[in-house]
Design a protein around this ligand. Sequence first.
Ligand SMILES: *Cc1c(COP(=O)(O)O)cnc(C)c1O
Length: 405
Amino acid sequence: MANNKTPVSADPASWSPETQLVHGGVLRSQFGETSEALFLTQGFVYNSAEQAEARFKNEDPGFQYSRFSNPTVTMFEERLRLLEGAEVCRATATGMAAVTAGLLCFLKAGDHIVAARAMFGSCRYIVETLCPRFGISMTLIDGRDIENWKAAIRPNTRGFFFETPANPTLDLVDIAAVSALGRQHGITTVVDNVFATPMQQRPLAHGADVVVYSATKHIDGQGRCLGGAILCSEKFLTDYLQDFIRQTGPSLSPFNAWVMLKSLETLPIRVRAQSASAARVADHLAGLPGISRVIYCGRADHPQAEIVKKQMTGGGQMIAFEIEGGKDAAFKLQNALKIIKISNNLGDAKSIITHPPTTTHYRIGPEARAELGITDGMLRLSIGLESADDLAADLEEAVKAARTS
Ligand SMILES: *Cc1c(COP(=O)(O)O)cnc(C)c1O
């Protein structure tokens, strides 16, 4: 709301998130376009040989090659950086490229990392399979208890990695407690903030060192482009990330950056609407016969509701729930839906349902699933932009169908 005491500043850092996401980071060309331009170019032309030399010596600010940077990608990075309140942002081709670069850029053979085992399947592959292949040892823990983090620290531990809320069980990690522990021991804390979105959780403000995103999810928000981002300090960038990204090339395409740059303009209203719908749908599900469990960060009965209060400003768009009758009932429910789509993606304008035990979490096997609390009747729901009434009715009818057929 208008605050008449403070004059409006020209500094985007002082603006509200909604304003930052519309005007932040704009690089307007000589044509004065209103909407941000798509610079679909690999390279850049220099006015002279001297300018080329100066650019390569970092004495002339400007672009050299789109693997390093590109004006459209830079606009996307700057807009997201403002929102997150980070010193720097680097965009990547996918969320997995962000996770991989965010970890491998500072780790080396002989190092050890600790990670919360409730996480996205591909993130688990990076930590559990890829890192050990290069001599980086790891310990997977139940990240909900700070004592487990303490107990897992070794003299060579250099990284903490976790996602909160985690996929698909919506387990939470106390960002401030784990980051503070990491800082005490010189350990870098990397947080995958996809589920909460930058609108509802700011890990850096709670002490984390590095935040990674799959921009594929809520940031695009309309199921079109893959993308990712890493947000960190200037020092982390110069010490580790800058060269890693420039030389290994997980760069974001300018086209995808342009789509996501424009998507950021509507992120606040989309996340707000989706969270409000998710809260309604979660409550509705909880009242349906045959639904044995509903997990939603915005509900008072979330097992870690205290941590939600501490670090999240909204309940998010993701719901996990369990239907009695295991896989059979879960399949019938999915097949009876008329509006909600069966897909493994999330964060789309379209509501999406997933059965983790047979899709995203199939490969980890029954033991690992049991350890994570992923039962055969569990379904994951990503709430889109449809009417919450329609979604609730679609689910209610599908639950009925699953129980009577
Ligand atoms: C989707 C996702 C990723 C990977 O992102 P991509 O853009 O698909 O590579 C990583 N972490 C979480 C929590 C995700 O949901």
